[in-house]
Design a protein around this ligand. Sequence first.
Ligand code: GTP
Ligand code: MG
Length: 207
Amino acid sequence: MDAGGISDLDLDKYDADEQVKIICLGDSAVGKSKLMERFLVDGYRPQQLSTYALTLYKYTTTINGQTVLVDFWDTAGQERFRSMHPSYYHKAHACIMVFDVQRKITYKNLPIWYKELREYRPEIPCLVVANKIDADMKVTQKNFSFAKKQGLPFYFVSAADGTNVVKVFKDAIQMALSYKRNSNDFMDEVMRELEVCVCLKVNAYSS
Ligand SMILES: Nc1nc2c(ncn2[C@@H]2O[C@H](COP(=O)(O)OP(=O)(O)OP(=O)(O)O)[C@@H](O)[C@H]2O)c(=O)[nH]1
Ligand SMILES: [Mg+2]
């Protein structure tokens, strides 16, 4: 399999016309996996099981009559897995960057994640997501200026009760597709033939 998860074999296997890769970034326990779970199976189990290194979810959807295969990459926010990030970013078409409104440090760390993202993927759309608003709705009155300063779309969400989750993921898929269709990404061309081995756990979903 191609390191970016983008292979012609996948397109055949899932009978898809197009394929995009969307990555998710943010500190440990901000809710990256729970957000994916909410979107993919409309479910939520409150217990915490930190992601081990990487989980890849495959999701198919139809947009304007075209079948689109989406590879969602969910990484561990834990520091010790940082070394695997280059392959994680490889050929990504959009990024969902998450922080926890209940833990200020996770918001303060966004510039670190964002800097790293831009080192590997200078142009891809990035959506900023403030998660866990169910815990205290008053946080939606607060001013989280990072996204605005960077000119990025911003969403208040809750994986626990589902607020805005479908909106974020649908927007991310649309933005990833637009990026893929319109960009002339030199690095994608250069990297096309390069293979990097990553350890993947693959789950398939369909809408
Ligand atoms: N109240 C509330 N808790 C949430 C929400 N989303 C996630 N959590 C809780 O936050 C904890 C961490 O969620 P995960 O999805 O595992 O976090 P993660 O970002 O994937 O963490 P790593 O895999 O370690 O990087 C879990 O105990 C969840 O139950 C939410 O919307 N509201
Ligand atoms: Mg996780």
